[in-house]
Unconditional design. Structure first.
Length: 334
């Protein structure tokens, strides 16, 4: 899709039907024919226009015969099965003496603000247009990072009540999003550094102030992203430890049950042995004395093992209690 805009004295650029000098051409997922038409009308190489149509294209700058291209990564929020997912998408701003061209696979929120007039831009000042976009793009990263932080806190509060696989997968998706954001922000920062060397940025005070705002917002986004990424990484490790401990507790309980059930099974096996048992062919009590001794010893052994497995080593527990009491006395005396 191709749209043409031209500044006509108002706050918002006015949409026009065809190409004019000093206009802004907005390309959203253009076809090959549309790219070819724009290249012929503007004199911009077609491969430069198509650079941003590759989702894996890295952020970079390119200069060719008076054509300047600044390709940066932009945050993108997508709805996936009722929940929001975060990723990045390349966008190219290309300009020469004739016009400004923006190219992206999907619509961009910052450019929509330009079209609606929420941000005041002019199509005849490409450097100012580029700086305003980079500033809005950095602020958009900060907005998405805040949304990720809020979503992370909400998921953590849910996991405190019940830990399910769906919440863990959501945290993993958010962690991946932060990795994408961190990589994109660092790449964009290198583009910002090269932008300052463009003729006209350092010579005008208005541009210098705007460029400083871009750098401040960009660095804030980078620091915020690193903080959230580290916090989420520690959180994931903590939940991994909790899951491991829960699994160990479950295996411990199953082991105790297995051991305790094995002892009565052993007693029941006595009836299959060549040993007199009570009630068998009028056998008297004194004739089954050994049987009752074995049963009694088995019950005592089961109780002792059960207490030991459930409460741990009594001697070790006693030593731990004595150590805690000693530590308390030392603190009081200190």
């Amino acid at each position: 899709m191709v749209k043409f805009f031209l500044t006509n004295g108002g706050r918002a650029p006015e949409q026009i039907e065809s190409f004019k000098d000093k206009c802004w051409i907005d390309l959203v997922n253009p076809s090959d024919d549309e790219c070819d038409d724009v290249a012929r009308a503007t004199g911009i190489p077609e491969d430069m226009i198509k650079a941003a149509l590759d989702e894996e294209e890295r952020a970079r700058t390119e200069f060719d015969d008076g054509n300047c291209m600044f390709l940066v990564d932009c945050p993108l929020i997508e709805e996936d099965d009722g929940s929001d997912s975060y990723t990045t998408l390349p966008l190219a701003i290309i300009y020469n003496g004739k016009c400004i061209v923006t190219v992206c696979l999907k619509g961009n929120t910052v450019l929509k603000d330009f079209i609606t007039g929420r941000e005041n831009v002019r199509t005849d000042t490409p450097v100012h247009f580029t700086l305003k976009f980079l500033l809005g793009n950095a602020k958009r990263f900060l907005y998405c990072l805040k949304q990720i932080d809020r979503k992370t806190r909400r998921i953590q509060s849910e996991m405190e009540k019940t830990m399910r696989n769906s919440e863990i997968i959501q945290l993993l998706d958010l962690q991946n999003s932060l990795v994408y954001f961190s990589t994109s922000l660092n790449s964009n920062e290198r583009v910002h550094e090269k932008l300052f060397k463009v003729e006209g940025v350092s010579s005008r005070e208005e541009y210098v102030d705007l460029y400083e705002d871009v750098i401040i917002e960009s660095k804030q986004a980078i620091e915020t992203c690193n903080i959230y990424k580290n916090i989420l990484s520690v959180t994931m490790d903590a939940y991994g430890s909790v899951i491991s401990n829960n699994a160990n507790d479950t295996m411990k309980k199953l082991t105790i049950i297995t051991i305790l059930l094995a002892i009565p099974t052993m007693i029941a096996g006595f009836w299959g042995m060549n040993m007199p048992v009570p009630g068998e062919n009028g056998v008297a009590f004194y004739q089954t004395l050994w049987f009752w001794l074995v049963v009694g010893a088995t019950v005592v052994l089961t109780a002792v093992i059960g207490i030991f497995l459930l409460k741990g080593n009594p001697l070790k527990n006693k030593q731990l209690k004595q150590k805690k009491k000693k530590d308390k006395r030392d603190k009081r005396s200190a």
